[in-house]
Design a protein around this ligand. Structure first.
Ligand SMILES: Cc1ncc(COP(=O)(O)O)c(C=O)c1O
Length: 365
């Protein structure tokens, strides 16, 4: 069979997702397992979205609206743009794929960073496209080095802002300076999956850049603060001409009926969004305090997760915590060997995480 597979596919590194709760229960014979590994919303889903999806269930014998008319219209109103500026995706993961498919020729390359969201590189390699990466600098994207990597064949630059898995962010000054220096023919993708959790004043208003220059693309998702990860819904904001061509490449029914209904209703539920934000920031402060009292290093985060320096093999810590029914993320695949990443949970989950981490580190010291 291997002989039949396209050569570049043999070299694709598989994406290792956060370990699912059910799988952990099954494999370890546990009954109580918590997952703090995929930066999901631990506070559930907007009740308005749930009720809209229940209603939409009776229509699933039909195909979804291939244009996502109402959701695009609602998004356009939210951002003061036109529906023609939006592409909807089966999660923003699909939109990363669609961007590369639409834009990057076989001899062209993509630039991103080390220690960032792994999908940029995985999707690029699934299309046999070359990826150039700059190392992180003080756990942040090194824009200066990334700029030096730009050559005549560079088509796309992927930036996760704030960055997964470090939780660090680029300021509006840094992003503006970078955009001014990047050639207009290179598209800069600002992936803002965690924008709802930002609690600083100098985060970039990326949509305002898009209004001034055509080479900016923004990615957003309903998977995090909106609590709809299992539904798979993300969107891309870009110049209308680029959207037009991406729409040609997109599968016609990529966003299902429940996702369109749920996303639309979730956008009307500010109460849920605000509660998620408030409890996440509270939970993060609790975890910071506990980590400090354990003497552990961590990075202040503008997201719903924290990267922790456990000062020993992170994989060992991940495995040991798993035995106590707490799923975190080891950072081996990100080149951060002595780290784990924990998503902020409910207060009860955060307390259990801290208890188990203390126990595990004591056993391992
Ligand atoms: C930076 C970043 N971008 C995109 C995604 C993918 O989101 P979606 O669930 O919309 O595919 C994630 C998910 O973890 C992420 O961390």
């Amino acid at each position: 069979m291997k002989d039949l597979v396209r050569k570049h596919v043999l070299n694709i590194k598989p994406y290792i997702a956060g370990k699912p709760i059910e799988e952990t229960k099954r494999q370890l014979g546990l009954t109580k397992v918590i997952k703090l590994a995929s930066n999901e919303n631990p506070f559930g889903t907007s009740p308005k979205a749930v009720s809209a999806m229940k209603k939409a269930l009776s229509a699933v014998n039909r195909y979804p609206d291939p244009q996502g008319y109402y959701l695009k219209k609602r998004l356009a109103r939210h951002f003061k743009l036109e529906p023609e500026n939006f592409v909807l995706g089966n999660g923003s993961d699909e939109l990363i794929d669609l961007l590369i498919k639409t834009l990057v020729e076989p001899d062209e390359n993509i630039i991103t960073s080390e220690g960032t969201f792994l999908e940029y590189e995985i999707v690029a390699s699934s299309h046999d496209r070359k990826v150039k990466k700059a190392a992180l600098r003080y756990f942040k994207y090194d824009l200066e080095t990334m700029l030096k990597l730009v050559d005549k064949k560079t088509k796309l630059i992927f930036i996760s802002n704030p960055n997964n898995p470090t939780g660090t962010y680029l300021t509006k000054y840094e992003v503006a300076q970078f955009l001014n220096a990047v050639p207009q023919r290179v598209l800069v993708v600002l992936d803002e999956a965690y924008d709802t959790f930002i609690d600083v004043d100098d985060f970039p208003d990326s949509v305002s850049y898009l209004k001034r220059r055509k080479n900016v693309v923004i990615l957003k998702t309903f998977s995090k603060a909106y609590g709809l990860a299992g539904l798979r819904l993300g969107y891309l904001i870009a110049d209308a001409e680029l959207v037009h061509f991406m729409e040609r490449v997109r599968q016609p029914f990529n966003v299902n009926i429940l996702a369109q209904a749920g996303g639309l209703a979730a956008m009307e539920d500010n109460k849920f969004l605000k509660k998620t934000r408030r409890l996440t920031i509270q939970g993060k402060n609790f975890i910071y305090k506990e980590l400090s009292s354990m003497g552990l290093g961590f990075l202040p985060s503008e997201t719903n997760f924290v990267l922790i320096d456990v000062a020993r093999d992170g994989m060992d810590v991940f495995r040991a915590m798993l035995k106590f029914g707490v799923i975190v993320r080891d950072m081996n695949a990100y080149g951060l060997k002595n780290f784990i990443r924990v998503s902020i949970g409910t207060q009860k989950e955060n307390e259990r995480f801290v208890r188990v981490l203390r126990k595990v580190l004591k056993e391992k010291s």
